[in-house]
Design a protein around this ligand. Structure first.
Ligand code: DGY
Length: 328
């Protein structure tokens, strides 16, 4: 019996390819070539499934051109590369990779917060450049972490993980803003208090963004929000590019409107706003919040298991639009 054909759109662990090959005819991209949309469409011809990574845009144009496609399995918890309405209309299942990356990403959010507040990158660059000639009392004096106020915007699983690290590990006073207030038990577990976005921006010493990207969350932080923050405050974005207006942030950092920022995600990444590259008080990392070997392996496995679960066993593990697709 011929196996169903699928496409793996980016380079991935050889073990993941091997697991998929047990069930499917697999065309993969182990050279990690940058495919244009036209090339992606061409390679998807005859494929019923796609393993995607968040870099591939799945929209109405692509879906119309790939009528055999039945599922796109994203190796990411975020899925703003998917036009879910178009996928549902086309009867194409979308899956993502939640949970397996929660703690690792929360670890990274906290690491980026600490690196930003304690000026770790800036001071390392200074040292490597041979500029350290003598100790001085105020050299790279940053902001306190323990006992300070941590404001989290977006209190899903990862936001809660960061809240717990802050409250239980560092004695931080945790406030949060979210579309809806958490239940009392979860708030108690996180030792977190729900506040308005405005109160959070005005009072937090450190603001961490973990909100999913959508049209509604575009530029959650722009010039007006940066103006509300304290001049000593830090801002960390591990959510998605586009949640922060990067141009406005570069101005705020340059003018000392806020003290520092840590960014793992960027508008239009992998391009980075050129002004962010010229300000010293920002820590920049290339979208690596979930990047440990164990977690990336688990994310790849979950995406593969979604393809196998749906196409072979008719039971995807973490579907996004199952109800809409079932009603087609
Ligand atoms: C995610 O899973 O959404 C991470 O940002 C990696 O893309």
């Amino acid at each position: 019996m011929t196996k169903p054909a699928i496409l793996v759109a980016r380079k991935i662990f050889p073990a993941t390819i091997a697991a998929l090959e047990q069930h499917f005819e697999v065309e993969s991209n182990q050279d990690d070539a940058s495919w244009s949309k036209a090339e992606l469409i061409a390679r998807l011809q005859g494929k019923v499934g796609a393993f995607t990574t968040g870099s591939e845009r799945i929209d109405a144009e692509l879906l119309t051109a790939c009528p055999q496609l039945r599922i796109c399995a994203n190796m990411a918890v975020g899925y703003n590369n998917f036009d879910i309405d178009a996928m549902s209309a086309a009867g194409v299942l979308a899956t993502n990779a939640p949970d397996v990356l929660t703690e690792t990403t929360a670890d990274f959010g906290f690491a980026l917060l600490m690196a930003t507040a304690r000026r770790i990158s800036e001071s390392e660059h200074f040292l490597r450049a041979g500029l350290w000639k003598k100790w001085s009392y105020d050299m790279f004096a940053g902001a306190e972490i323990h006992g300070s106020t941590l404001g989290i915007i977006g209190m899903g699983r990862i936001g809660q993980g960061i809240a717990k690290r802050g409250a239980h590990g560092f004695g931080m006073n945790v406030i949060y803003h979210n579309r809806s207030q958490l239940d009392a038990a979860t708030e108690a577990d996180c030792k977190a208090r729900f506040v308005s976005k405005e109160e959070l921006l005005k009072t937090a010493d450190h603001v961490v963004l973990v909100v999913p990207y959508s049209a509604a969350s575009h530029h959650t932080i722009g010039a007006a929000e940066l103006a509300l923050m304290q001049p000593t405050a830090t801002l960390v974005n591990i959510a998605r590019g586009g949640i922060v207006d990067d141009a406005a942030l570069a101005v705020a950092l340059r003018d000392g409107r806020i003290a520092a920022a840590g960014l793992d995600v960027f508008e239009g990444e992998p391009k980075v706003h050129p002004d962010l590259l010229t300000v010293p008080n920002v820590v920049l990392t290339p979208h690596i919040a979930s990047a440990t070997v164990a977690t990336r392996t688990a994310m790849a496995q979950l995406a593969a298991d979604n393809l196998i679960g749906f196409l072979i066993q008719n039971k995807p593990l973490t579907p996004i639009n199952a109800a809409q697709v079932a009603s087609k």
